[in-house]
Design a protein around this ligand. Structure first.
Ligand code: 6U4
Ligand code: NA
Ligand code: NA
Length: 157
């Protein structure tokens, strides 16, 4: 049987730029990525977990997050599916600050560093940038190679 692990991913968008964090430790170290992580026991909603991770990892407070995506990641030889809930917002308080886990930096939407991101990001990030919602599934061999994937736009969540 396949178990699922729920994770969050938060993208901060201003008109022509996106805030990403360089992951300094753990899963995905060395990649630019959104902010997020595991949902903790006691958190009422997945969105609450996402807001906490955003604050912990880059010091920003977001009163409200919009859910825009659900991405399933499977790794050959590992029965656990990672179910990543993707959120975005353009409204937040605070100034991005470095944490133990992330080094934040703004990127122009013309210069998203796909070559230093998870390999799936090149597929779905453009949907985020154009304002769409999406669902996807990616099967990895190791952490760098995608063997198969599916991705579709959805109306809403
Ligand atoms: P610790 O180190 O225990 O505090 P935590 O912050 O709870 O960890 P973490 O950072 O391991 O969790 O969570 C993984 C993060 O990486 C989540 O934000 C989801 C994101 N992520 C995982 N696979 C991804 C992928 N293939 N593409 C992507 N983001 C991914 O863009
Ligand atoms: Na994290
Ligand atoms: Na974290």
């Amino acid at each position: 049987a396949q178990s699922r692990k729920i994770l969050t991913l938060v993208l901060i968008r201003e008109s022509s730029r996106v805030l990403l964090g360089m992951k300094k430790r753990g899963f995905g170290k060395g990649n630019w990525n959104g902010f997020g992580g595991k949902v903790k026991v006691g958190e009422e909603t997945i969105e609450d977990g996402a807001k906490r991770e955003l604050l912990e990892e880059c010091g920003l407070v977001a009163p409200c997050l919009d859910k825009i995506g659900e991405l399933d990641f499977e790794f050959l030889g590992n029965p656990e599916i990672m179910e990543v809930h993707v959120f975005k917002t353009d409204s937040f308080e605070g100034i991005p600050a470095e944490s133990e886990e992330m080094h934040p930096r703004w990127f122009s939407i013309e210069r998203i560093p796909y070559h230093q991101m998870w390999p799936d990001d090149k597929y779905w990030f453009p949907l985020f940038l154009k304002g769409s919602c999406f669902k996807g599934h990616f099967l990895f061999e190791g952490f760098n190679k995608i063997i198969s994937h599916s991705l579709k736009e959805v109306e809403t969540f």
